[in-house]
Design a protein around this ligand. Structure first.
Ligand code: SF4
Length: 163
């Protein structure tokens, strides 16, 4: 195993893989493309659920009944009926932006998208903000912080009861 392979084996290098040490270019244009139009899931951690329920001034159970669905053993937002758009996408904008789920908040710094250049190129096909001409260079420290938050949120999805 070479030095780079060894480094990529650690958790640290999942959130800051060697190849992005100089940063990556990204700027959200607000196109709304990542919020609908195609099948997908916005998975919710417990903290996401609590934040969104509070944002709507609803008890957690009521929020779940109105806006969430079970996918395997996790919770995910429902789509707008008859579409693949997020239930909270309105006029191409996020209507819960200040309380948006961590999965949305940390996009595009998901570990499966930054793990190697090929994955980043594939993500670019789905998001016009990646390598956008006006996109600033995002430093590795910022990417690492967001990727770590994304990972922690995945762990936060592993709960079994709602109180
Ligand atoms: S697809 Fe990319 S550029 Fe468009 S809203 Fe989503 S993050 Fe922003």
């Amino acid at each position: 195993m070479d030095a780079i392979s060894q480094r990529n084996n650690s958790v640290e290098d999942k959130v800051a893989p060697f190849w992005i040490r100089k940063g990556l270019r990204f700027h959200c244009t607000g196109c709304g493309g990542c919020c609908g139009g195609a099948p997908g899931y916005v998975f919710l951690g417990l903290q996401d659920l609590k934040r969104l329920a509070e944002h709507h001034s609803l008890p957690l159970k009521t929020f779940l009944e109105r806006y969430a669905r079970r996918v395997d053993k996790r919770w995910a937002l429902i789509d707008r009926p008859g579409t693949y758009d997020c239930i909270f996408l309105k006029n191409k904008s996020c209507s819960v932006y200040s309380a948006r789920p961590t999965q949305c908040r940390t996009f595009p710094w998901w570990i499966d998208q930054i793990q190697d250049p090929k994955s980043w190129q594939e993500a670019k096909e789905r998001c016009e903000g990646i390598d956008h001409p006006e996109a600033p260079l995002v430093p590795i420290e910022t990417i690492e912080k967001e990727a770590r938050s994304y990972l922690e949120n995945i762990l936060d999805q592993n709960f079994t009861s709602i109180s």
